[in-house]
Write a protein that binds this ligand. Structure first.
Ligand SMILES: [Zn+2]
Length: 299
């Protein structure tokens, strides 16, 4: 049912985008003079351009949180258990990662850090302290470039270079991967799955790049958190670049988020455990599947 709704939404968005594009191309290229005599078409651009923008933003948002179609191989949430996984993207960062580590240590919480390979090489001591404190590491590409437009060769280079930076600096190999901005093509997803990567996105984003007050961030996360949730923070990054932004609100919000979620009965787990539980549940349902289909055939 949910899958059907997603496919319908995909078709609706794709049709709207195509229709808008076709209209613009026709208008600007061929019918400008003729359509110009009708009042409606004279001010269509100021209306249609923002509409086009709004549809794109909604489509990207929908893609990031739900995906289109089944998107096998992407994990957005865990099974329905009273726990959540905290994840931090874009680090390590000399200013904020250590402060976040201190909070996590004080609250006795294990988290997962999706690191940018270039930042691992730049700040090796901070990267090592993340591992030393018992947190998990994920690959977030080498340079945080957009993967939707990357060729297969570029995508693999981004992933492998980050892998090399992580293994040479930290002495570990990770199979956890998160694409920048959560965007990856179906082909990219297949390439990574073949290489054994688990692609993890998120259930709730702190949206801590928006420079909201920390209490706004806390409210956003607590309101949307649910059992098996995957929560996204940033310990580095900026709106357009991979580092340089302020993560003050993340640092301020984090202890409050942990306390509030704990008071609501949530525990905190590493991403590996969350994924292992998802895969175990998947195997269970596969084992149960033949019995169901058998019953269906008899009926
Ligand atoms: Zn990122």
């Amino acid at each position: 049912m949910r899958k059907k709704v997603r496919e319908d939404a995909l078709r609706a968005v794709a049709a709207a985008l195509l229709a808008t594009l076709a209209f613009e191309v026709l208008y600007l290229g061929l019918l400008n003079e003729w359509l110009g005599q009708f009042w409606f078409f004279r001010f269509h651009l100021p209306v249609i351009v923002p509409l086009f923008g709004a549809i794109s933003v909604i489509a990207v948002n929908f893609y990031e949180y739900h995906g289109f179609g089944s998107q096998d191989g992407i994990i957005r949430h865990g099974v329905f258990k009273p726990y959540v996984a905290l994840t931090f993207d874009d680090g390590p960062n000399p200013e904020f990662t250590s402060r976040i580590l201190d909070i996590l240590a004080q609250k006795n919480v294990r988290a997962t850090f999706f690191m940018v390979g270039r930042h691992v090489l730049k700040y090796p001591l901070i990267a090592r302290s993340v591992v030393a404190e018992g947190h998990e590491i994920g690959n977030h590409t080498f340079s945080h470039r957009d993967l939707m437009t990357a060729s297969r060769k570029t995508l693999l280079k981004e992933v492998h270079d980050a892998d090399d930076a992580i293994s040479s600096t930290l002495g570990i190999r990770t199979r956890l991967f998160r694409p920048p901005r959560g965007m990856i093509s179906a082909a990219g997803r297949r390439v990574l799955a073949e290489s054994g990567y688990k692609i993890a996105l998120w259930t709730v984003s702190a949206q801590d790049w928006r420079r909201d007050a920390s209490k706004v961030v806390v409210r956003r996360i607590v309101r949307h958190a649910r059992p098996g949730g995957l929560i996204l923070f940033h310990d580095s990054g900026a709106l357009l670049r991979s580092e340089g932004g302020s993560r003050e609100s993340t640092v301020e919000a984090l202890p409050l988020v942990i306390d509030e979620l704990r008071s609501r009965g949530y525990e905190f787990v590493g991403l590996s455990q969350l994924i292992a539980d998802v895969e175990h549940a998947g195997e269970q349902s596969l084992l149960e599947a033949p019995a169901h289909s058998g019953a269906g055939q008899e009926a």
